[in-house]
Design a protein around this ligand. Structure first.
Ligand SMILES: [Zn+2]
Length: 152
């Protein structure tokens, strides 16, 4: 199922078309997938964050590493702010030239659709990411749903 949302952000300063792709577009090592969900559930009802990584130099088809990042937003139930001391270090450890990097965050109580605030953050950091994965727990912690967005 392909959802298409055309979102007008920031008073028509720019238009961005966010196409959500099916989760099975992504190949994630099962143990890494479990660890990612465990991390996100641990932070419920706050939004949890992290990065999924795949080494471009290997023949690895799966995203095979998940690195959690603390959410230090003042309103962590509705938003996320990546703790810079962790986030910056990870960007250097896994440079874009050698790694596919997917930014992951959870929506504890709302759908997996990317929010207007997310869109703004995405536009500002678009060059850093292969894509964005949003994990929703609106149907329960044991029933995650997903939206995966790639850059334009
Ligand atoms: Zn969000």
């Amino acid at each position: 199922m392909k959802k298409e949302n055309r979102i007008n952000a920031m008073n028509n300063t720019f238009n961005i078309q966010a196409n959500s792709l099916p989760i099975d577009t992504l190949s994630i090592l099962p143990s890494v997938y479990s660890g990612m969900l465990e991390h996100l559930r641990t932070h419920y009802p706050n939004e949890g964050c992290g990065i999924l990584l795949r080494d471009k130099r290997s023949n690895e088809h799966h995203f095979h590493i998940f690195e959690p990042i603390p959410n230090t937003d003042q309103h962590p139930q509705q938003r996320f702010y990546l703790e810079p001391s962790v986030y910056i270090r990870l960007l250097f450890r896994y440079p874009e030239a050698a790694w596919d990097r997917i930014l992951v965050h959870s929506h504890p109580l709302t759908s997996a659709a990317i929010s207007h605030e997310d869109i703004s953050g995405w536009v500002e950091t678009q060059a850093l990411w292969t894509g964005w994965l949003v994990v929703s727990f609106e149907d329960g912690l044991d029933k995650p749903s997903f939206s995966y967005y790639t850059k334009l």
